[in-house]
Write a protein that binds this ligand. Structure first.
Ligand code: PEP
Ligand code: MN
Length: 347
């Protein structure tokens, strides 16, 4: 249920509405937009509540929402969410370019990659220190040492970091290092983990589960939002289909669908979406053309020797070529690319 406040109504009326909602054993989440203030009522609502809320001073109307997700919906918040991290804005006119290795392997590998992707125009560095692994015999990450390497790369390049947190127990540790907490596909429905990252003040990127419907994905987003963390973005990383040529099927249609249903920024991940390096640039372009707020791309100094996901990793050269292909598309779509070091002038 959404309570739409009258234009010109003030904090007293808003407090009255929240009070009534709380008294009824429910929670009210406020969205102050340019046009209107809306209170999302979360919990087990009942029909009489609508009449009661409609009688309160300052209330324009009460709209029942039939969708099970509320706070992630466009009805709750009409304007796109923008997430500010230093001078990087996710969800604005500027595309967000996240790049880096699948896994942190060594200081040199991360520093070399960070410098190369920054030079080519990326504005966020990725790298997994805690790696989810289908097989227990695969590389599972360097853990805390990996986080320290990433932090070193951030202080060298100034790029914010995104890295995955695998368990509720690691949230505090990872949040001490990361600028964005990544929830991986395998954990999209780890509800305890979603609650925990929802309690932090860190931006979160929620990847789509490999067999998750869009509704299930938005309900997972709801876990994070309803804990009070509104700095949330989504990531389409491909889903399981009958096709075996590609690792996953990159669901491009999910991007404009999310844009229609939700105000949350969405990032395309064609590396996991395809599993093949030569499919990464075309699918990244397709994601941007379909309205993505940015892309996340795996890049490795030597994909042949990568401990994880080498087959889908771009070399420094192929990442540079991709960025050159992206430029005319971005300008045709009126989207900006992150400023290059020369444009920034400082470094
Ligand atoms: C990753 O980003 O390296 C990763 C493990 O992705 P996913 O959770 O989408 O498989
Ligand atoms: Mn990977």
């Amino acid at each position: 249920m959404l309570v739409v406040m009258k234009k010109g109504s003030g904090d007293t009326e808003l407090t009255g509405v929240i009070h009534k909602i709380t008294q009824s054993g429910l929670t009210g989440h406020v969205s102050k937009g340019m046009e209107r203030t809306v209170v999302g009522v979360v919990g087990q609502t009942y029909p009489e509540l609508r009449d009661m809320l409609e009688l309160l001073p300052g209330v324009e109307e009460v709209i029942p929402i039939s969708k099970p997700y509320k706070l992630s919906s466009r009805e709750f918040q009409h304007e796109d969410t923008r997430i500010q991290i230093g001078d990087v804005t996710i969800g604005g006119d500027t595309l967000t370019i996240i790049a880096g290795p699948c896994a942190v392997e060594s200081e040199k590998q991360v520093l070399d990659t960070a410098r190369a992707v920054k030079e080519a125009g990326a504005n966020i560095l990725r790298g997994g220190a805690f790696k989810p692994s289908t097989s227990p015999y695969q590389f599972r990450g360097l853990g805390k040492e990996g986080l320290e390497i990433l932090a070193l790369a951030r202080s060298e390049t100034g790029m914010p970091l995104i890295t995955e947190v695998l368990t509720p127990h690691d949230v505090d540790l990872v949040a001490r290092y990361a600028d964005i907490l990544q929830i991986g596909a395998r954990n999209m429905q780890n509800f305890i983990l979603l609650d925990e990252v929802g309690k932090t003040k860190k931006p979160v990127m929620l990847k789509r589960g490999m067999s998750a419907t869009i509704q299930e994905w938005l309900l997972s987003a709801e876990y994070i939002l309803s804990q009070g963390n509104r700095r949330l973005m989504l990531c389409e990383r491909g889903i399981r289909t009958f096709e075996t040529y590609t690792r996953n099927t990159m669901d491009i249609s999910a991007i404009p669908t999310i844009k229609k249903l939700s105000h949350l920024p969405i990032i395309g991940d064609p590396s996991h979406g395809t599993g093949k390096w030569y499919l990464v640039p075309p699918l990244a372009l397709a994601a941007v053309a379909a309205g993505a707020d940015g892309v996340m791309i795996e890049v490795h100094p030597n994909p042949d020797q990568a401990l994880k996901d080498g087959a889908q990793s771009l070399t420094f050269d192929s990442f540079r070529q991709f960025m050159a292909q992206l430029a005319p598309l971005a300008s045709a779509l009126n989207r900006k690319l992150p400023a290059s070091p020369e444009e920034r002038g400082s470094d």
